[in-house]
Design a protein around this ligand. Structure first.
Ligand code: HEC
Length: 192
């Protein structure tokens, strides 16, 4: 009898604990894209704690590679995705509304000295973002830069014209405008 009475309290206690726990999780996952007005995106915060999906070195589409300057410095491109979108994509293979991908560009520094060689990322110089929001943007995706000048960031940004960013992502990216072909972490089962 006594044990029964005690266990009665365990159920509401467990429910209370579950509710407060889910509350904590919910508040930690506030929207990754925060807008001012219709389409001004505020610089996403905390993206270094998101999921790191890949890094590339000097990767770009260039119609006339022959004309390129051979001594042009290469850059590392680091890409992150917000955790909520990552979880959804892993389950469904689709990017939900509210997906934010960050492209952070870093300078490359090479070392060639006795006992040490190779390349590493030195300074972060540019920050760009892709946001999926079908309610806000007729094409589903919009593209932004937070680079005021190399190494200096701005706090908010207006979307680029379609021809500047969207068109290339639309025609060349493997999965819904995202270059998953270059991100091993975002390969869907059929691409593995
Ligand atoms: C000619 C093609 C092309 C154009 C134009 C282009 N991109 Fe991309 N973008 C790429 C490629 C290739 C990647 C793959 C990742 C990398 O750069 O390493 C990429 C990746 C990205 C990513 C990471 C997420 C994703 O979608 O894969 C963001 C964010 C991004 N670009 C923003 C922009 C912005 C902002 C513009 C316009 C100023 C732009 N891009 C214009 C080719 C393009």
């Amino acid at each position: 009898m006594r044990t029964r009475f005690r266990s009665c309290w365990l159920v509401p206690l467990a429910m209370w604990m579950a509710m407060s726990l889910s509350g904590t999780v919910w508040s930690a996952e506030k929207p990754a894209a925060v807008f001012e007005g219709q389409d001004t995106l505020l610089r996403p915060e905390g993206y270094r704690e998101w999921v790191f999906v890949g890094s590339s070195l000097g990767l770009r589409y260039d119609e006339n590679p022959a004309k390129e300057q051979p001594q042009k410095p290469e850059h590392f491109n680091n890409v992150y995705i917000n955790p909520v979108a990552y979880r959804q994509f892993s389950k469904t293979g689709k990017f939900p509304d509210g997906t934010v991908l960050i492209l952070e560009i870093a300078t490359l520094e090479t070392k060639k000295e006795p006992g040490l060689q190779g390349a590493y990322q030195k300074d972060f110089i540019r920050l760009e973002a892709a946001v999926k929001d079908s309610q806000r943007f007729a094409d589903g995706w919009a593209y932004f830069t937070f680079t005021e000048k190399e190494g200096k960031l701005k706090d908010k940004s207006q979307p680029f014209a379609k021809s500047a960013c969207y068109d290339c992502h639309h025609s060349k990216a493997a999965t819904d405008h995202v270059f998953t072909q270059f991100y091993p972490v975002l390969r869907t089962p059929s691409q593995k």
